[in-house]
Ligand binder design. Structure first.
Ligand code: ADP
Length: 576
């Protein structure tokens, strides 16, 4: 599986990899020759009339073989590294392309941390496989095999003595490595979790400190680190004893060769030259098995990494085959059922209609499903049952580009890029002129504060807009949406406390943005939606009340209850 996937991605680089493997094979074939030459040397030295010229020839040939071996190896590694880095590049580019085809809903915090780990760390580990383990595979298997055969040809009894510790060592590893796959999985999961936690902690540190949540967030950060530490320790512990035993056995060949050799030699069943040959080659033979262990250990890790990469490639793309173009802009939910990951249904039979140019507010307790409804309209995910329509079409029959071009989304925590204010607003419409930008900025009530900044519209906002206040960021994101001039607006009102001055500016900006548009607003401050044409009260994924403000107040249900609490907290805030 791993081979096939990688070779498929390798494409044109396959030839390089094959050449690298061949060169490796040649070099490992050559590796046997010096041992044979050493044997010939001993034969000559211990013969009754040693031939000096022959001895010199043999001595000269040994380094020549090593030089040829090294040249073949240099070329092999060169080729395999170039191919590996090119393949890594391809894998990363393909992953990037894949991400653009995934539903927006895939990019939640958990997946984002994991993605970072997969694209950086997991892909990087494939370099090990492609540049080292793949070409070395032949030598790792065949050099010990050929050397073993050579030893058996020389003297089977001495060969048995050399093979015995290695066979014991292999048995230990085979018996002990059964649970390693799971452990590597856990270890890699801990790695991506720690990545996600670090990103979250560092990015949020200003907010965390400002709201004095340091202890709580640090606890989460510490928890992530502790999980990582525990996994690594567990993984190392599990390997420690078998590995030490393995290493001890394969390096102890002499302890087996010497007694057997001495006994055979003293019983005149072994020549001195063969004994010497085994004394030299035996430990080298054992040492070759160190590589086999590394192969096993890293091979498992590389396979896990490949599985993680494949998991992303196997995630279902969002279908985007629709060709229809919307012409009218009302929103309809027809018998919509939806569940994340096919588990508990989050939305149960949602039905509503927002006529073009009217405002619909979603209210209800936290976790009721308001955000989910808003996100389904822009196809963060697709519904499990029922349909969502914009104009006359099921949104799945529209091209995603067409759908998104008609919707502006304004979120609670708007995302600003570390670029100038001008560029941040122009995301709404990159073709817009400076005059257009100024016009929408005035309507979004941000022109005034932008003008006061040292570089005006050319002021760089800092990472995620850190140089601006929450209210300013919000107004810039409204300017952006105004510039996009989309007929449908999805608005997630800010829950955080914004000072009264900013609050009224934002309300002005929002009323400019929503005028004459089809609006779906997730409302947290009930007094802002009293004049919405329609209010939907959601609870546990169901619409339990609907109507205008006065209808709902008269009905005396959940909305009325929420309103009373809302007003009393407002009173409390004002009194304070
Ligand atoms: P609201 O906006 O009303 O607070 P949401 O739509 O955010 O509610 O959430 C509704 C339910 O769906 C909650 O139980 C929440 O835990 C769950 N939920 C929200 N987003 C996801 C997600 N990406 N994966 C799984 N469950 C989610």
């Amino acid at each position: 599986m791993m081979f096939n996937d990688l070779l498929e991605l390798a494409g044109k680089r396959k030839l390089k990899l094959i050449c690298a493997c061949l060169l490796h094979a040649i070099s490992c074939g050559l590796a046997i020759i010096p041992f044979f030459l050493i044997y010939l040397l001993f034969l000559e030295i211990f013969s009754t009339s040693p031939d000096e010229v022959r001895i010199w020839w043999i001595l000269a040939l040994i380094p020549v073989v090593y030089v040829i071996m090294s040249i073949a190896l240099i070329y092999a590694y060169n080729l395999s590294h170039v191919a590996a880095y090119q393949i890594l590049y391809t894998v990363r580019i393909e992953l990037g392309k894949k991400l653009s085809k995934l539903p927006l809903g895939f990019f939640n915090e958990k997946n984002t941390g994991e993605l970072k780990t997969v694209i950086n760390e997991n892909v990087e580990l494939l370099e090990f496989f492609l540049a080292h383990h793949l070409p070395e595979m032949i030598s790792t298997i065949f050099v010990p095999l050929f050397l073993g055969i050579f030893l058996f040809i020389m003297d089977w009894r001495m060969a048995l003595a050399s093979v015995l510790p290695v066979a014991l060592a292999m048995t230990v590893i085979l018996l002990k490595s059964s649970g390693w796959g799971e452990m590597i999985d856990e270890y890699l999961s801990a790695q991506s979790e720690v990545n996600a936690t670090v990103v979250e902690y560092v990015q949020g540190i200003k907010v965390i400190k400002a709201f004095n949540h340091t202890a709580e967030s640090f606890k989460k950060y510490k928890g992530g680190m502790a999980f990582w530490k525990d996994s690594v320790i567990k993984w190392s512990r599990q390997r420690a004893a078998p590995f030490t035993l393995y290493q001890g056995l394969i390096t102890s060949t002499l302890a087996f060769i010497i007694p057997v050799g001495l006994w055979l030699y003293s019983s005149e069943m072994l020549t001195m030259e063969t004994f010497l040959l085994f004394l030299i080659v035996g430990p080298i033979f054992g040492g070759l098995f160190m590589r086999i262990y590394e192969f096993l250990r890293y091979g498992m890790e590389e396979k896990e990494c490949m599985d993680r990469i494949n998991k992303i490639f196997d995630t279902e793309n969002i279908t985007d085959e629709g060709k229809e173009k919307v012409e009218s802009f009302d929103i309809t939910f027809n018998n919509v059922f939806f569940a994340y990951d096919n588990r508990n249904p989050i939305l149960n039979d949602i039905n509503f209609h927002v006529p073009q140019g009217t405002r619909c507010a979603l209210v209800g307790p936290s976790g009721a499903g308001k955000t989910t409804i808003a996100r389904l309209i822009v196809r963060f995910w697709d519904v499990n049952y029922g349909k969502i329509m914009v104009g006359d079409y099921d949104i799945r029959d529209l091209s995603l580009k067409n759908l998104l071009s008609h919707v502006s989304i304004v979120l609670q925590d708007p995302y600003l890029f570390n670029d100038t204010i001008l560029e941040n607003i122009k995301i709404g419409n990159p073709q817009a002129s400076m005059d257009d930008v100024i016009e929408v900025s005035k309507a979004a009530r941000c022109h005034e504060f932008i003008e006061k900044l040292p570089d005006g519209y050319s002021t760089v906002v800092g990472e995620r807009g850190e140089r601006l206040s929450g209210g300013e960021k919000q107004r810039i994101s409204i300017a952006r949406a105004l510039l996009k001039d989309a007929p449908i607006v999805i608005l997630d009102e800010a829950t955080v406390f914004i000072d009264p001055e900013n609050e009224s500016l934002i309300q002005d900006a929002i009323s400019n943005l929503t005028r004459n548009r089809t609006v779906l607003v997730i409302a947290h401050k009930l007094y802002t939606i009293t004049n919405a044409e329609q209010i939907l009260v959601l609870d546990e994924g169901k619409i339990i009340e609907r109507g205008s403000y006065s209808d709902l107040m008269d009905a005396g249900g959940l909305f009325r209850e929420m309103w009373d609490t809302h007003i009393s907290t407002l009173d409390w805030e004002i009194k304070r």
